[in-house]
Design a protein around this ligand. Structure first.
Ligand code: UD1
Ligand code: CA
Length: 452
């Protein structure tokens, strides 16, 4: 492969006003820099060279093996930054794409188009431009009488007439590699004490070479992030992009403006997402499920035909046809098998509710294993913690737990057992036995009562 990608990420990102390096700020739950790294890998099929400076240790840790790194000690401008990749790349690929890590929504297809354009170009540079009514800080593209690109002028250096120019520089370029490495040293030091990569355009033009400019068609793609206001704009754009894709893939989203789906989530067709729903992390949802309104789901596996209404689900599993809500909370390790129904105000942590368990009203199950078809009465609590350690509650099949039962763990209830309302169960209950009272004792048979 003869394409290399250089990603500039050494700047401090002062305008973010943050202790975290700008390129590590999350977008859709993922550090911004990883978007450019992924796009680069897609187009070049190899690890890009990431230029790091401010917060370089943190950035290296997050990116890991997906990139090669070159350090830029002092941030002397974008031209100086690219020069740091020279020793790694000189004599390597025939082309070099340069992108900035603060433009995370750029698509690999756009880089591909730019690369193809540069392969056809007789001159050394193809760059991506974009027409806008709000150039907010972008460099302006100067064109000559015949429309040829002549130079890029940074906003701060623009004359009043130049400020009117609507065509701006996105900061995305594809260079002829040999020409780039030969000419970087010719960039002059400017009045600000920096070497601007954009000055290569003038240098090429002075040599009589043509500079090729391609227009980006989607403004979201070239949204550069310098402040947290821009970050929120990018988040909104990413949300639109992701939601549109799911809708085109057969998912109904009632109100895309209030639906937040991270890029790591997958959703099956005919699932309906109601407003104010947030799907994050490694979450997968099957087909024909109904999710929301007002639900937060993180790191969960949800089957088909499930219903989640106004619930918070974290690192839990729902098999097909399971239901929760309104107002339920599943915590780490909650596993609801097929057809389980949880009603309002239930909490389950690190427990398995086997097929068809019903838990209708305000109960807490922690560290439990609840057998098939068991009914958990209102207000049931597994007392799983004695202040020092956690203990298990094991309940068999077809058990009936009466309202307001306290199950003091460790405790086991056999198949077909039942508890009376208000029982405090402190010892194991044999199969098919009813216990009641505080502490709970088996009900005596008429015979036993007579004998007393
Ligand atoms: C740059 C372009 C401008 C373009 C804009 C698009 C230059 C001189 N100007 O301006 O024409 O419209 O991007 O967003 O190139 N960086 C380094 N080392 C440095 C300086 C910068 O790694 O010494 C990195 C930054 O971390 C950032 C990127 O390069 O990711 C761009 O730097 P920034 O200062 O944001 O440039 P702009 O002023 O936005
Ligand atoms: Ca920028």
């Amino acid at each position: 492969m003869s394409l290399d990608v250089v990603i500039l990420a050494a700047g401090q990102g002062t305008r973010m006003k943050s202790a975290l390096p700008k390129v590590l700020h999350p977008l859709g739950g993922k550090p911004m820099v990883l978007y450019s790294v992924e796009a680069a890998v897609t187009v070049s099929q190899k690890a890009p060279v990431l230029i790091v400076g401010h917060g370089s240790d943190e950035v290296r840790n997050v990116v890991g093996d997906s990139a090669r790194f070159a350090g830029q000690e002092d941030q002397l401008g974008t031209g100086h930054a690219v020069a740091q990749a020279r020793s790694l790349l000189v004599g390597q690929g025939e082309h070099v794409i340069v992108i900035y890590a603060d433009m995370p929504l750029l698509k690999a297809e756009t880089l591909e188009t730019l690369y193809e354009a540069q392969k056809e170009n007789s001159g050394p540079i193809s760059l991506l431009t974009f027409e806008t009514d709000q150039p907010r800080g972008f460099g302006r593209i100067l064109r000559g009488y015949q429309g040829n690109v002549q130079a890029i002028v940074e906003e701060a250096q623009c004359t009043p007439e130049q400020l009117e120019i609507r065509e701006v520089n996105t900061g995305i370029y594809c260079f002829d590699a040999g020409w780039l490495w030969d000419h970087l040293d010719q960039i002059p030091l400017n009045a600000k004490g920096e070497y601007y990569l954009t000055d290569l355009v003038c240098i090429a033009v002075a040599e009589g070479a043509a500079v090729n400019a391609l227009a980006a068609d989607d403004p979201d793609e070239v949204l550069g992030i310098n402040t947290r206001v821009h970050l929120a704009e990018a988040e909104a754009a990413l949300r639109r992009r992701i939601n549109t894709e799911w809708m085109l893939n057969g998912v109904t989203i009632i109100d895309p403006a209030s639906t937040y789906i991270q890029p790591s989530v997958t959703i099956g067709c005919d699932t309906v997402i109601w407003p104010n729903t947030i799907l994050v992390g490694q979450t997968t949802i099957g087909e024909g499920s109904r999710i929301g309104p007002n639900s937060y789901i993180e790191g969960c596996t949800i089957g088909s035909r499930c219903k989640v209404l106004a619930a918070v689900l974290e690192f839990a599993v729902l098999e097909d046809d399971a239901q929760i809500g309104p107002f339920g909370h599943l915590r780490k390790g909650a596993y609801l098998e097929e057809g389980v129904r949880m009603g309002n105000f239930g909490e389950v942590k690190n427990s398995r509710l086997r097929k068809g368990v019903k838990m209708g009203h305000f109960s807490y199950i922690g560290d439990g294993d609840i057998g098939e078809g068991t009914n958990i009465g209102a207000g049931t609590i597994t007392c799983n913690y004695d202040g020092k350690q956690k203990y298990k509650t094991v309940i068999g099949k077809g058990v009936f737990i009466g309202s307001d039962t306290m199950l003091v763990a460790p405790v086991t209830l056999g198949d077909g057992a039942s508890t009376g309302a208000g029982s405090v169960v402190t010892s194991d209950v044999p199969p098919d036995t009813l216990v009641y009272g505080v502490p709970a004792r088996p009900r005596k048979s008429k015979q036993e009562k007579k004998e007393e």
